[in-house]
Structures are given as C-alpha cells and as structure tokens.
Design a protein around this ligand. Sequence first.
Ligand code: TXD
Length: 311
Amino acid sequence: MKKISIIGAGMTGSTAAHWLAERELADVVLVDVVEGMPQGKGLDLLEAMPIIGKDSSILGTNDYADTQDSDIVIITAGVARKPGMSRDDLLTTNAAIVGTAATETLKYSPNAFFIVLTNPLDTMAYLTLKKTGLPRNRVIGQAGILDSARMRAFVALETGVSVENIQCYVLGGHGDEMVPLTRHSNIAGIPLREYIPADKLEAIVNRTRKGGGEIVNLLKTGSAYYAPSVAVAQMAEAILKDKKLIVPCAAYMQGEYGLNDMFFGVPVMLGAGGMEKIIEYKLDADEKAAFEKSAASVKETHAALKKLVQL
Ligand code: TXD
C-alpha cells in the first residue's frame, strides 16, 4: 500500500484522511502537535475500515518519524480563518508552522510529493518549495479544484443540471481576486455564457470568489473542510494512479502566463511525476487583466513572506 502523511489533523487534515482511506488509496499517517487528538481520530477512522471493507491503515501521531517513506505529504497544519479575516491575515502564524512541517517531513520522506493546503495557499506552497529545495513538479498547492467545484455546485443549483455535466475552471490566486473563466466553462459542451443569463452568471462568479468566506461566516469557528479535503484526495489519487488528470492547481511559475518565481492557480497535468505539465490557455484581454490583478495580489503576499522568512 502507498503511504500518505497528513500534517495537521484538524478539520481538513482528518477529513482528507477519511476520503483517502475510504477510497483505499493509501495508508494514512496523521500528524499534529496536539497530544492525543491525532491518535484518537486515527484510531476512530481505523475502526471504521472493517465496516466499509477497506484495508487502509490509519495512524495518528505527534512524531514525524512515523511519516518515514511517505509517497505523498499533505500539509494542512496551521490556523484557519475566523469571520472578518482574509487568508493573508494568517501569513505570520502559518509561515512558521508550514516551514517546520515541510522541513521535518522532508527529512523522513526525501522522495515525497508535497501537496499544500494551508493558507494563504499560494504563498505557503511557495514557502514549501523554497524551504525544501524540491523541483517544482513535487510541490503543488490545492485551491483550484475546490474553487471550480464551488462554481460547478452553484451552476448546478441555478440550472438544475447534474454536476457531472458541469465543467468550470477557476484559476488565479486562492483569494478574492481568483479568476472564474466563464468563457472556458460549459454545461455538456454548451458554453456557460449561452446557457445562463449574464446577470445570473455574474452572481455565480461573485459567489464563487467569496465561497470560502461564505462558509467561514456560517461556521464562525473555522473554515470549509469537506470540499477542500476531497479536492486534495483527488490530487493524491491522480498522482498515485498516474492518471494524467488536468485540474487547476497552484503551481510554481517559470514563465508560463508571463509569470515567474511565484505560485499561481493554473491548469496542470497530474501524474506519477507529480505536477507534470502546466497547460496554457489562450486568454482574451479581459481574462489577462483579471489574471494580472490576481497575480499582483499573490506577489504582494509572497513579498510579505520574504520579509518574514529568509528564503
Ligand atoms: O483550499 C484550501 N487550500 C483550503 C485551505 C481550504 C480550507 C482550509 N484551508 C486552510 O487550511 C486554512 O485556512 C488553514 O490554514 C489550514 C487548515 O485548516 P483546518 O480547517 O484544517 O484548520 P484546523 O481544524 O484548525 O486544523 C489545523 C491543525 C490543528 O489541529 C492544529 O493543532 C494543527 O493544525 N497544527 C499543527 N500540526 C502540526 N505541526 C504544527 N506545528 C501545527 N500547528 C498547528
């Protein structure tokens, strides 16, 4: 069985463990600083396996040594937003936590692929890449699958069509400046712009952009976890099964879309080589402008990180 270690056994970490184990994708190790909590969640999930007939083993621990020889490391450790906070407000606290999580896990799993969830997402993925010194195919951030799934869900609510028929692509940074690409999105091949009246589509785009905040405001004590964690499970599955799946993820840019030395949400191909390829869409002038606005916001957070941490 393959091995996946999840650093941070909170809401997204433990729910990701659930999705992974349910699909019998790997043995799962849950690491957290809180004593007893990862052990308790791990044992509880392990005890669910006989009922669903899956043989993934799940271990909760406070010791990085237990992550030895992981194929994939998922980083969710850190704090989540409370109402009124932006993702960037988490930078200082989470940079320290993610930096340690990345270097500690690398010691035990020098060959692992890293998938980052902790916010501010693009900047925490950047920190992980720089701290580990890994090539860019081995460090990916999860944001676009979630943001696109939110848009797909809102389109389904609006139209009453099966989510399976709805393809949406949300690119750019994982912030309120993200870029829902309505021109590339479709329902069973019919462009979204033809299917949904312009005012309704604009409302969907706006709700998508603020989708994370909508849930934070409802929950009040934390942020979304079901959809983010199944998104990360989809990424892990694509890598472990060498699926060559094209999904929007945060990737390290080396000239693509005119961007350099930063993480940004773009369509990538996931397979046994991790982030194997960045796919470049042809963007029109409006889309380019939206990309640039979103990129400027990510660059600002990257710059703030560089003031905090020596990279
Ligand atoms: O799509 C996305 N990328 C995201 C990201 C969607 C949802 C949540 N997103 C972000 O993930 C969120 O803004 C946070 O920055 C992280 C984790 O969110 P989660 O909802 O899982 O937060 P929790 O429940 O507070 O869990 C965080 C855990 C908690 O159990 C802490 O004890 C633990 O992280 N933690 C640590 N674990 C290991 N090592 C260290 N140093 C550590 N510090 C805290």
